[in-house]
Design a protein around this ligand. Sequence first.
Ligand SMILES: *[C@@H]1O[C@H](CO)[C@@H](O)[C@H](O)[C@H]1NC(C)=O
Ligand SMILES: *[C@@H]1O[C@H](CO)[C@@H](O)[C@H](O)[C@H]1NC(C)=O
Ligand SMILES: *[C@@H]1O[C@H](CO)[C@@H](O)[C@H](O)[C@H]1NC(C)=O
Length: 298
Amino acid sequence: MPTKLNQEAVNDRPVIGILTQIVTDDVLKPFGRTFIPSSYVKFIESGGSRVMPIRLTLNTAEYKKIFEKINGLLFIGGAVDLETSDFARVAKIFYSLALKANDEGDFFPIWGTCMGMQLLTVLVAGENLLANTTAENIALPLNLTTEASSSRMFEGFPNKFMRALTKEPLTGNFHHYGLTVETFQENEKLRSFFSLLSTNVAENEVHFVSTIEGKRYPFYGVQWHPEVNRFQWNRKLNFPHSAHAVQLSSLLAEFFVNEGRRSLHQFDNPEEEASSLIYNNTPVYAGNFTGYEQLYFF
Ligand SMILES: *[C@@H]1O[C@H](CO)[C@@H](O)[C@H](O)[C@H]1NC(C)=O
Ligand SMILES: *[C@@H]1O[C@H](CO)[C@@H](O)[C@H](O)[C@H]1NC(C)=O
Ligand SMILES: *[C@@H]1O[C@H](CO)[C@@H](O)[C@H](O)[C@H]1NC(C)=O
């Protein structure tokens, strides 16, 4: 593994892995056991990366091999058990590999969106500390903390745009559970691992953690959904589509893919790479019976 070199080397053909999600919604069951909404795929692709879907049915040795080929991971949203589900089992394997790799100078980023962020907090804390922080179908401005101004995630954001982020409802929230600010601040493991970049207020008036980034590790979490701003259009859902909302989604996709560029993992050969990418799969139109436009089933 290149160690020092890694800091300067750039990989302009990154591949980000996305764990497939377990189907829990009855209307999706006829199509498959696991799925990935295309909005997450487009989000990663729009940042200049390709996507490898990662099934939940492999063994640890197989995941280890995949880890050595991909340049980052996205944990998507969903509604599954964060300790006992297959999704949680596979995420934990990759999380352990990523911790070890980063410790050894082998840069490897992870992004968690909504339940994916919640999962990161369970992995870091070693327990599920989530509580009712319902913010369902509402777009909110971010209440940025002082740490946000020195964060990596927002470093490249124009100053004017940072003001918009705190004033305009650019972040779509679709969750029932989350981490309260109080729990975050009282938990030594979480507090020492993550910087808290933003908070928001739930329907029950509890303040919840809305954006975090690892202090030592390139791990990022958002309780909200940056991918919907550009890639989901259901009229009943409050997806932000303003020019600033689109810009936010673009900036974050580019930020995360740039993190992936710092990983030098690669496939053994171009054929193996080609057969692993999501381009081999065809999404299904789902705009007439879900809040998504298209879904990949596995
Ligand atoms: C923003 O966060 C601060 C603490 O950092 C808190 O005192 C304040 O009430 C929050 N405001 C909103 C609107 O969430
Ligand atoms: C969470 O709190 C909201 C708002 O107070 C309430 O309507 C909802 O029933 C609660 N949900 C759960 C799962 O406890
Ligand atoms: C959604 O549209 C597809 C064709 O585009 C159609 O085959 C399917 O039956 C529709 N589903 C529902 C629930 O209306």
